[in-house]
Design a protein around this ligand. Structure first.
Ligand code: PBG
Length: 343
């Protein structure tokens, strides 16, 4: 005789918990995979005056991230490759005295970034994608992403069209140095088309453009400013997007795709996952998301206090970004996360 439940007791017939019964079952049915091949490690290469004796400089607001010397940069890239990381993205940190109003040191062949790009490409060839940050802010003495001029009323403005000339020259210099991908992050109108034309004219048809398409003026960039020794006073609200806007990101993304972007990006990631989702739905090219310095710092600081489980939060935060639609993720945890995933 089969026992029947007491009348009135509800027995579920649909049981989603079946797919959660074991790790193997959960892995088998997961909807999102994190693939280290599509992680990008952002790295800082600093001009250490006494390069022979120099040590990498820690960045206090980004524990575990350093301003590299050329030697430590190569070691760290090697470690990233071994962990399976697909790309590194290099940001230059020049000596303060090498900064000027137009960011000359960012374009010069012997500038800190271009020298490092050349050395890294020579060392690693096509074993890892070498991305160059294509922006003036690390190299200007005023810290803005473009060159300044004055409007009719005497206000300082960031001159969009004059900046495009610098970006074009910078992108070509980075391609000459060996970058596989240039990455304009300055949010100037028309930057992608201008860079594409300049690269093509210089014979760099095969160098890709990863465009910061939807980049917001975000307080979450705070630690990055320390990381690059930024000279910025004021803010970037004349060129980066307003946090209140989403539709505008779809316009920015479409323009960048039309102008020739090979990859588009949303930045920051966590406070803008809704933007990422919508960009991923409309984009016809791969979509990247940048887990920025403030996102890294938040989890690091809480974990240091024992308030969060560091490794679990790293993987959960990256999973959320991938689930929202990112094909490619820039994260300062790229190497560590790749190692965690292979355990
Ligand atoms: C500017 C640039 C910034 C970041 C990347 N590129 C700072 C800014 O726009 O103010 C921020 C990255 C981060 O916070 O991790 N070229």
């Amino acid at each position: 005789m089969t026992s029947s439940p007491a009348s009135g007791t509800y027995i579920p017939s649909r049981r989603p918990r079946r797919l959660r019964t074991s790790p193997v079952m959960r892995n088998f049915t997961a909807e999102t995979d994190l693939n280290p091949n599509r992680f990008v490690l952002p790295m800082f290469i600093a001009d250490h005056e006494n390069s022979a004796s120099a040590e990498p400089t820690p960045i206090s607001s980004l524990p575990g991230v350093v301003q590299h010397t050329e030697d430590s940069l190569l070691t760290a890239i090697e470690e990233a490759i071994e962990a399976g990381v697909g790309a590194v993205d290099l940001f230059g940190v020049p000596l303060p005295e090498d900064k000027d109003a137009t960011g000359t040191a960012g374009i010069a062949e012997d500038g800190v970034l271009n020298k490092a790009l050349a050395r890294a490409r020579k060392e690693f060839g096509d074993d890892v994608l070498i991305i160059a940050d294509t922006c003036l802010d690390e190299f200007t003495d005023h810290g803005h992403c473009g060159v300044l001029s004055t409007d009719r009323w005497g206000h300082t403005i960031i001159d969009n069209d004059a900046t495009l000339d610098s970006y074009a020259a910078m992108a070509v210099a980075q391609a000459e140095a060996g970058a596989h991908i240039v990455s304009p992050s300055g949010m100037m109108d028309g930057q992608v088309r201008r860079i594409r034309e300049a690269l093509d004219a210089a014979g760099h048809q095969d160098v890709s453009i990863m465009a910061y398409s939807a980049k917001y003026a975000s307080a979450f960039y705070g630690p990055f400013r320390e990381a690059v020794g930024s000279s910025l006073e004021g803010d970037r609200r004349q060129y980066q997007q307003d946090a209140r806007n989403l539709r505008e990101s779809l316009l920015e993304t479409q323009l960048d795709i039309d102008e020739g972007a090979d990859i588009v990006m949303v930045k920051p990631a966590m406070p803008y996952l809704d933007v990422l989702r919508e960009v991923a739905e409309m984009s016809t090219v791969p979509v990247a998301a940048y887990q920025v310095s403030g996102e890294y710092a938040m989890i690091s600081a809480a974990a240091e206090r024992g308030w969060l489980d560091r490794e679990a939060c790293i993987l959960e935060s990256l999973t959320g970004i991938a689930r929202a639609g990112a094909d490619i993720i820039l994260t300062y945890w790229a190497t560590e996360a790749a190692k965690l995933l292979s355990r």
